[in-house]
Design a protein around this ligand. Structure first.
Ligand SMILES: *Cc1c(COP(=O)(O)O)cnc(C)c1O
Length: 513
């Protein structure tokens, strides 16, 4: 392949996908360390003879600029929050201040080893203790464990605490968990993983859970309810207090999925609603970039009655300072993760909360809600809204009006790529047919939201006038529409020598959009 083609490809003009093997040429190299000049050191003295490679590895031979350009080009084919609006509902893809990245990279944090003796890591322990206190304050609960590595693991950890609580009271047969039909799929999955039975409750016509629906499902086997608030329809569960009361009266506990906390933080506290345990997604609400499957953290906060069941180790304090307590916690569910959690994610969250302060967190939630309501009102002209009432941090539209033109939600999502936007979450929650779930987050300004509205308006017009444009979309992206099922089920993630480059639309690379 010619260098010129590569350059054009980098500008998105040529649909080619050169691999690092294709850009190389025999004899090129990116580093030249020269021969080893440490006297008397032969490779065989360091590495046993039979471990030494006899044939050179078939590695690409490339110069340093080739490598840098190759990976930079790959990064340009990707869409990220650094490129533009990323309105992926429920995922809270907001912009995360670079300052928090800088804090996480400070040597004293980044180079900590989990086996360092307590006296060497007092600062880290103190950061964790203070973060726990701040998360308790934000959630309105009494104790916190920072161990869970993600929201879903927080759910599992919280449910294990609920189960341990019932068992300790001799009520181990309380195994039913009520889960509303708007819940994220992880909720029933977590319930099943910890040996509970998830029983679905239907949301009302207005998109929220009604006490009667809960009452109808209550019996002596009730372990509790798992409720998301604000829920995944972007609506505030306004009967939450009564629901908590009903569940408590029946001997159950209330789990709150707090992944959407950026819609309420600083305004309202789950502990005050009556919630007993919840997780927070630090990588959504509290400033850790996510989306590439990178590290996250899903700490749980609990009411006092559940504290004895929290995972070990707990950070305690004596006259010599903080230390990790693992023993003398007979009721603990044990560890859920190695060491103490995703420490550098905790550093980012700590920095974010400290720099925002109470007023800043509250302002973030208010902006998230304002932005979502702005889109809710402005987009209604072009797409039918699922629930026509004020929303929290996200709003949901459907493809109902477009069906007459043979256009579906997926077509709209793909066409948005042509307009330079990441598509919203589609076909979730399941209870809205053809859902387009849009979460602008607090980090977008009015100009960006207006450009998004213009793009959506243009797409609605195209759907009526030239639906084929939407069926063919994306047409301006590096890749055409992929076979997403194959890309998920049979991803080809390694280079196959001699297989040639996979051209256009083979769906061979695991790209999600
Ligand atoms: C993201 C999300 C989860 C799961 O969190 P992970 O960190 O991805 O495991 C659970 N519930 C809701 C509502 C979410 O949006």
């Amino acid at each position: 392949m010619h260098q010129q083609d590569l350059a054009l490809g980098a500008m998105g003009l040529v649909q080619e996908e050169p691999t690092i093997f294709d850009v190389g040429r025999p004899g090129l190299t990116g580093v030249d360390l020269g021969p080893c000049d440490v006297p008397g050191v032969e490779p065989t003295e360091v590495i046993p003879e039979d471990w030494l490679r006899r044939e050179p590895a078939e590695l690409p031979e490339v110069s340093e600029p080739d490598v840098v350009r190759h990976y930079t080009r790959l990064s340009q084919w990707n869409y990220s929050i650094d490129t533009g609006l990323y309105p992926l509902g429920s995922c809270t893809m907001k912009y995360n201040p670079r300052m928090n990245e800088a804090f996480a990279r400070l040597e004293g944090f980044a180079r900590l080893h989990p086996y360092l003796p307590a006296e060497r890591v007092q600062g880290a322990y103190r950061l964790m203790v203070e973060l726990q206190e701040m998360l308790c304050e934000i959630s309105g609960l009494d104790a916190c464990s920072l161990q869970p590595a993600a929201g879903a693991q927080g759910e599992l950890t919280g449910l294990l605490c609920i189960r341990a609580y019932h068992r300790q009271r001799g009520q181990g047969d309380r195994r039913t968990i009520l889960v509303p039909d708007s819940a994220h799929g992880t909720n029933p999955a977590s319930a099943a993983l910890c040996g509970m039975k998830a029983v679905q409750i239907q949301s009302g016509q207005d998109g929220i859970v009604h006490p009667d629906a809960v009452r109808a499902r209550i019996d002596e086997k009730l372990a509790g309810i798992m409720i998301t608030n604000p829920n995944t329809l972007g609506l505030f569960e306004s009967h939450i207090e009564e629901i908590c009361r009903l569940v408590h009266e029946s001997g159950g506990l209330v789990y709150c999925d707090g992944a959407n906390m950026n819609g309420v933080m600083g305004r309202s506290r789950p502990g005050d609603w009556g919630v007993d345990v919840m997780h927070l997604n630090l990588h959504k609400t509290f400033s850790t970039p996510h989306g590439g499957g990178g590290p996250g953290a899903g700490p749980i906060c609990v009411r006092r009655i559940l504290e004895p069941f929290l995972p070990v180790p707990r950070i305690e304090r004596d006259e010599e300072g903080h230390y990790l307590a693992t023993t003398d916690r007979p009721l603990s569910i044990g560890r859920v993760r190695s060491f103490y959690g995703q420490f550098l994610v905790l550093v980012r969250a700590y920095a974010y909360i400290k720099t925002c302060g109470y007023a800043g967190l509250r302002a973030a939630a208010e902006s998230a809600v304002l932005n979502a309501n702005y889109l809710r009102v402005r987009l209604q002209e072009h797409f039918p809204i699922a629930h026509d009432r004020s929303c929290m941090h996200e709003c949901i539209f459907s493809d109902q009006q477009l069906q007459a033109y043979g256009v579906k939600t997926l077509d709209v999502a793909k066409r948005l790529i042509d307009y330079g936007f990441h598509p919203p979450t589609v076909y979730f929650p399941l209870i809205v047919k053809g859902a387009l779930m849009i979460e602008p987050t607090e980090s977008e300004n009015r100009q960006t939201l207006d450009r998004f509205v213009s793009a959506m308006a243009a797409i609605a017009r195209e759907a009526r006038e030239n639906p084929e444009l939407l069926h063919q979309a994306p047409s301006r992206a590096f890749r055409r529409r992929l076979d997403e099922t194959q890309a998920n089920r049979r991803p080809i993630l390694t280079y196959r020598m001699g297989a040639g480059q996979n051209r256009k639309g083979q769906g061979s690379k695991n790209q999600s959009v």
